[in-house]
Write a new protein. Structure first.
Length: 181
């Protein structure tokens, strides 16, 4: 699997202006990294103005199914497996058949999805697909990527009924410290 393309336009001034509107102030200057990180971590509504688009190529169908379960703040466009469109009997395709899966999402959705899809309880293939997105986000919005963490790091404890034990490791403590800084 790979990300065929990724798109994000820097619109932090729009985010800053919306933030100022919500507190009854006029627009401010372009935000610095500290301000961005504070706003992202607070998860206030203006972060939903940050938009991202990408396309996975050769994503196993069953991994795509995991990802389409996320609905809030994200749109999914998945290549059809309809027999009348592809000429291939869809009933003969395996769950591992590859699909192309395109998404458009806001920053809040990226944070929320990361909590489930970076968790060790998610399948390794689904974690890998989501990690590819996080790496692309890190290239253009490192403050947001820093906030795209697994559930136990986000909450400070593991809420899973059958956790993996990561929250008992030194690596967990390191990731938690980075997230909280």
């Amino acid at each position: 699997m790979q990300i065929e393309w990724f798109k994000h336009d820097d619109n932090w001034q729009d985010v800053k202006n919306a933030t100022m509107t919500t507190i009854g102030k006029s627009t401010g200057k372009y935000p610095d990294s500290d301000w961005k990180l504070k706003l992202i971590k607070s998860e206030h509504s203006p972060i939903r103005k940050l938009k991202f688009s990408w396309r996975w190529k050769e994503l196993p169908y069953w991994v795509s199914v995991h990802l389409v379960r996320h609905k809030i703040g994200i749109e999914h466009f998945v290549k059809t497996q309809r027999t009348d469109r592809t000429g291939t009997d869809r009933d003969s395709l395996s769950q591992g058949a590859f699909v192309t899966h395109e998404c458009e999402a806001d920053a809040q959705a990226l944070i929320t999805i990361s909590r489930k899809r970076l968790c060790s309880c998610a399948s390794p293939e689904t974690r890998q697909a989501w990690q590819l997105v996080k790496e692309k986000v890190n290239e253009c919005e490192p403050e947001l990527a820093q906030s795209m963490v697994k559930e136990c790091v986000y909450r400070g404890f593991c809420p899973e009924m059958f956790g993996c034990g990561f929250d008992k490791t030194e690596q967990y403590q390191k990731e938690l410290q980075v997230y909280r800084s």
